[in-house]
Design a protein around this ligand. Sequence first.
Ligand code: SAH
Ligand code: MG
Length: 216
Amino acid sequence: MSKYGVTLTPEHFAYIRARTTAEDEFLVALARAADAEGIPAISVTPEQGALLQILLRAGGAREVVEVGTLAGCSAIWMARALPALGRVRTIEIEPRHANFAESWIARSDVAGRIEVHRGDARDVLPGFADGSADLVFLDADKTGYAGYLEHAVRIVRRGGLVVVDNALAFGHLLDDEEQDESVVAVRRFNERLAGDARLQSVLVPLGDGMWVGVRR
Ligand code: SAH
Ligand code: MG
């Protein structure tokens, strides 16, 4: 064990997966249908879904804002941890993704708790009121993260959470050869968030890495 704790291997992650809330049949079917339609398989992992649910339940959350719906997987995970009158407002720019997500959400157990807002998050986020969310989850285009963070900090209530996915940049974070603009954007964003005194944040190494920050 190093000063950083234990170095985790794929076997450890398999062990963790086997002991964490799994996807139910509905989410498995959703993932299969998304795959068949050529929607990329980049939804949150079950471990990330479970962590999001735990954070929402621990905080008694009612209102969530998500940037980047894709097929609706993370929105459904989160909506399931909200009370009956809770709500996830999720933003999606791609009509094909929004259509798929809406049709699956409508058939889900949390149909009444998720609103899909179509459009560019840059245009939709300004319409969400200050302090109107208990948790904001950023998971869209990485080059937009810096701008979305400013809205997240404004929209989340004090003591609420800002969660940001793909902090390990698709596995390329520390690979200096990789200069793809999304990877570069994640590196720059991570520096910014690490130095942001408005939040206390930690990068949780589940899935592709997820920042969890609390609004001071
Ligand atoms: N949160 C989802 C995965 C989201 S993938 C899950 O874990 O289940 C990222 C999504 O963000 C894609 O569907 C992409 O179309 C969308 N996106 C990209 N740029 C966007 C923008 N500017 N505004 C809103 N959505 C955007
Ligand atoms: Mg993601």
